[in-house]
Design a protein around this ligand. Structure first.
Ligand code: FRU
Length: 622
């Protein structure tokens, strides 16, 4: 069936109406004011729900009569249909009943709701990345449950299948054999009567400590309603399906804390125990356990440390050798913070120190702030479990300031490229380098080399063949050396005059990415966060801030050895990621050019001479 006629008047009058289609029949029955039942006989696979993002949330429930029926919040179309989302109906049932609450009788929802056995996830969105991980449709935020098992990488994620804005948190799921080609999987963990399924982790339980068998995959997530508690689910089919533990929750805050979420569990060999780190307002709390069901409080870290503009979220805790020296290993606590980070909104900081199974002691002074990425679209970054010595992190590529408003519709949300973390020292401090994971090289297709170029107070266009026809998916790397001070770098441009510039500002010792004229930028909004950013010592030149999106971000060149800087830049349909000197500065920013960037301009400003050497470009494709 394609249309449902004149439901408005009928629904209002509590009458019964029906319409037939290729498969299935929908009858609308008014239950009470604002609540209608759709009775669907011989149901197709999906009820296609028309969505209008500007509308408030209505509620849609698959009525089974059981106690587990959960209403889903959906922005059902009132005056205009932006897109459809599929609402799955029970297979092989004679009748399905769906309750719809909060839709006005005159809404066009009633004309457009329909049944279908298929749902088109074709890539129709010009901003859909060509080689970054995205859900096939719907909304995505944080990566969850990153784990490697039996040759597969699992990427679960915060997912709303009923619209491209935040809501109805489920865990979506994708699987990859190489960290770059991702296969979408059915929903892994669904929102339930305890609440939304917020962020968390997954571990391989080698010895079956939790009682679900050896090698079971155990997921931990926050069940979020008017309280936040930690829950567990297990999978014995390599992460395809999960069963929620009947004894949930496994951990509640001892002090009734409201913000208590995003558990990360790891095996701590010296104590022969599992540990959990959970964000608890402006701290991270450690717990330990033998069976992953009973958790004992150990200690907390965070008070007064680093940037504390607001609560901590999405922790991770990993151990790494310093500069490859296995006899000198340190622990890194990853802390995601929102809002109030250096360029406004969300950001990821970290602390390096020692951990003895009881306490984490940070090596640095409390006021020292270390950022994992100097862009604006790097958040909720956490690392894979069970990858041996490698520590590979995956960020969510957006910022809560505007994540719900970016100019894409069919889907919203992508992950940045996976990054390999390592430690290096500068003076007395130990820092994390976040370099693009080596697996990403597999995406390199045609490569071009460009001979060395010196630009003196001017500009040079790279030959069109270098990245032309790449469809906006390419990598370009080069070494840049400036003779004296000044500013020099490159611009990614298109025929519409839109550009993103990436340059070294030697006088201010910064690597800058300016996206203020990068394409569509007007969805950015204005917030007070920028003041918090300035408090963190990240002043922005006024012309670099037009709105929360139209601005420039920068990273300190002091993190690099200096002289010559190696830039490795990844461009996709809606993002630019820069890795300087093996990830000592990583910078991740969304951009929305109205046509893909298809040319590169090198430039050196007045009184500046810059040498661009070792220039290589690659088209990238899956
Ligand atoms: C971070 C976060 C988490 C939470 C999730 C909800 O982006 O706020 O703290 O678990 O998103 O979707």
């Amino acid at each position: 069936m394609k249309r449902l006629f004149a439901a408005a008047a009928l629904a209002a009058a509590c009458m019964v109406m029906a319409a037939c289609g290729r498969r299935g029949t929908i009858t609308v029955e008014c239950e009470s004011e604002g609540s209608d039942l759709l009775r669907i006989t011989n149901p197709a696979r999906y009820l296609l729900l028309p969505v209008e993002e500007a509308c408030g949330e209505a509620r849609v429930t698959l009525v089974t009569g059981g106690r587990d029926d959960v209403p889903m919040d959906v922005r059902l179309a009132h005056g205009e249909v932006d897109y459809f989302v599929p609402f799955e109906l029970p297979e092989d049932a004679e009748e399905a009943v769906v309750r719809v609450e909060g839709v006005e009788p005159d809404a066009i929802f009633w004309e457009h709701v329909s049944l279908s056995d298929s749902f088109d996830t074709e890539n129709t969105d010009i901003y859909r990345p060509l080689y970054h991980h995205t859900p096939s449709y719907g909304w995505m935020n944080d990566p969850n449950g990153l784990v490697y098992k039996d040759g597969e990488y699992h990427l679960y994620y915060q997912y709303n299948p009923y619209g491209s804005m935040w809501g109805n948190m489920h865990w979506g799921h994708s699987v990859s054999c190489d960290l770059v080609h991702w296969e979408p999987q059915p929903l892994a963990i669904g929102r339930d009567t305890m609440g939304h399924i917020f962020s968390g982790c997954a571990v391989v339980d080698r010895n079956g400590d939790a009682g679900f068998g050896r090698d079971a995959l155990i997921a931990f997530y926050t069940s979020a309603s008017d309280r936040q508690v930690q829950c567990m689910a297990y999978s014995t089919d390599n992460g395809r399906t999960f069963t929620k533990y009947e004894g949930n929750p496994v951990l509640t805050p001892f002090d009734g804390l409201r913000d208590f979420r995003d558990p990360k569990v790891f095996w701590y060999e010296p104590a022969q125990r599992w540990y959990m780190i959970v964000s608890a307002d402006r701290q991270m709390r450690f717990y330990s356990s033998r069976d992953m069901k009973q958790w004992k409080y150990v200690s907390a870290f965070g008070d007064g440390y680093g940037a504390q503009p607001s609560m901590f979220e999405c922790p991770d805790f990993v151990e790494l050798p310093v500069a490859g020296d296995e006899s000198n290993r340190k622990w890194v606590m990853i802390v995601n913070v929102n809002p109030g980070c250096m360029f406004g909104g969300s950001g990821t900081e970290y602390f390096v120190g020692e951990f003895d199974g009881r306490e984490f002691v940070c090596d640095s002074d409390p006021d020292k702030v270390k950022w994992l990425d100097y862009g604006k679209d790097h958040y909720a970054t956490v690392c894979f479990s069970n990858m041996g010595d490698r520590v590979v992190a995956v960020p969510w590529m957006s910022n809560w300031q505007y994540a719900n408003n970016t100019p894409s519709r069919q889907h919203r949300g992508a992950n940045a490229l996976p990054r390999e973390l390592s430690l290096y020292t500068m003076g007395d401090e130990t820092y994390v380098a976040a370099d693009v994971a080596k697996e990403v090289r597999k995406l390199r297709r045609r490569s071009s080399r460009v001979s060395d170029i010196t630009v003196e107070a001017g500009e040079r266009m790279l030959p069109e063949t270098v990245i032309g026809k790449s469809g906006g998916a390419f990598e370009i790397e080069m070494d840049v050396t400036l003779d004296d001070g000044g500013r020099a770098g490159l611009e990614l441009c298109n025929g519409a005059g839109e550009r993103t510039s990436i340059y070294l500002d030697i006088f201010n010792r910064r690597l800058v990415m300016d996206r203020s004229v990068s394409g569509v930028v007007d969805f950015g909004g204005y917030s007070d966060d920028i003041a918090a950013a300035t408090n963190n010592g990240f002043e922005m030149a006024p012309d670099h801030y037009q709105n929360d999106f139209a601005l420039a971000t920068w990273g300190p060149l002091a993190l690099c050895e200096g002289g010559t800087y190696h830039l490795d830049i990844f461009v996709d349909r809606c993002s630019v990621e820069v890795f300087v000197d093996g990830g000592r500065i990583a910078m991740t920013n969304l951009v929305f050019p109205t046509q893909p960037y298809d040319r590169v301009r090198l430039f050196a400003e007045e009184n500046t001479t810059a040498h661009f050497t070792g220039i290589k470009a690659y088209r990238l494709a899956l």
